[in-house]
Design a protein around this ligand. Structure first.
Ligand code: CP
Length: 319
């Protein structure tokens, strides 16, 4: 694995999930693997879980991790080719990335989409510029369109929670929100579940919230949330803004928020969310405070996903 940007870099997904669960059982079994190696973690946008879990994962592997908040601690970066930098940006990625490549063995980057320019966002302009100029393995800490460490975590959590021999029914349902949010988590969850193939996968959302079919093909898609939820083993809650008429909020119907009443037709479904979550907007108190929610177990598993991926990047760089 040279870089980690999506499920496409993973040659054996079931094995990666097993590796992550093995780290959960024995976090320090590869404590020498990252000895004298340094992970840089660049945040162009806020984070709690990704930042801390990846730092812990690096430490478990014997690596040093240095966090750098680009917007607050450093110079504002420019990404456009041939930009005339007479505005607010101070340093071009063409200088910043190769400098960071000299400091770090692996570079992690978090960038959010603009939600204004679909072409730029879906070309992954920012993360690809870092890949082009840094010259070291790139670890996505969430990009404009995907959140691969989250999705690996989600599959680990499902694998851990579901012990039956049959395939689980997993429903990804859109939920209301006060802001226009990226499609990353929903795109990425769809992409990983389809690649995993270990589930009966249903996506439900109001009209106009269709995701890019590149990620969802293979899933059943319906606008009928009640029908989708029937017999579900897992319900994954997430808001996203519109993809086709890009970055908009159309319907924001509060009826789409999951409640215990809606969960009644499921197969005692476990409820998942990547967090942070807006209580009583995206998800009701009764669910988050009840026994069906596994959101904190899920967030805890971020460490093992990050550790399994960092281990793969370290092993590949030694070959
Ligand atoms: N789920 C997730 O990525 O959380 P943070 O934004 O806090 O990192």
């Amino acid at each position: 694995m040279k870089h980690f940007l999506s499920v496409n870099e993973v040659s054996n997904l079931p094995q990666l999930v097993e590796n992550a669960l093995a780290y959960k059982d024995n976090p320090f079994k590869d404590a020498a693997l990252g000895h004298n190696k340094r992970l840089g973690m660049l945040f162009l946008n806020p984070s709690m879980r990704t930042r801390i879990s990846t730092q812990i994962a690096a430490k478990n592997l014997g690596m040093d991790a240095i966090v750098f908040n680009v917007g607050q601690d450093g110079w504002t970066l420019e990404f456009e080719d041939e930009a005339i930098m007479s505005g607010t940006t101070v340093e071009h990625v063409k200088e910043a990335a190769p400098v960071l490549g000299k400091y770090f063995d692996i570079l992690g980057v978090r960038t959010f989409p603009s939600l204004k320019n679909k072409e730029d966002d879906y070309s992954e302009l920012y993360i690809n510029q870092f890949i082009k100029y840094a010259g070291v393995p790139l670890l996505s800490l969430e990009s404009a369109t995907l959140h691969p460490l989250q999705s690996l975590t989600d599959i680990i959590t499902i694998k851990e929670a579901f012990k039956e021999k049959r395939k689980p029914k997993i429903v990804l349902t859109w939920a209301p929100h006060v802001k226009a949010l990226p499609q990353c988590v929903a795109n990425s969850f769809s992409q990983w579940l389809n690649a995993w193939g270990g589930a009966d996968f249903v996506i439900t959302h109001p009209e106009d919230y269709e995701l890019d079919s590149k990620f969802t093909k293979g899933a059943t898609i319906t606008h009928d949330q009640d029908a989708a939820l029937k017999d579900a083993d897992f319900v994954y809650i997430k808001n996203w803004s519109t993809y086709t008429d890009y970055g908009k909020i159309y319907c924001n119907d509060p009826e789409w928020m999951l409640t215990n009443e809606k969960l009644a037709t499921t197969n005692n479904a476990k409820v998942m969310h990547c967090l942070p979550v807006r209580r009583n907007v995206e998800l009701s108190d009764e669910i988050l405070d009840g026994t069906s929610s596994i959101v904190t177990q899920q967030a805890g598993n971020r460490v093992w996903a990050a550790q399994a991926v960092l281990a793969e990047l370290l092993k590949s760089s030694k070959q």
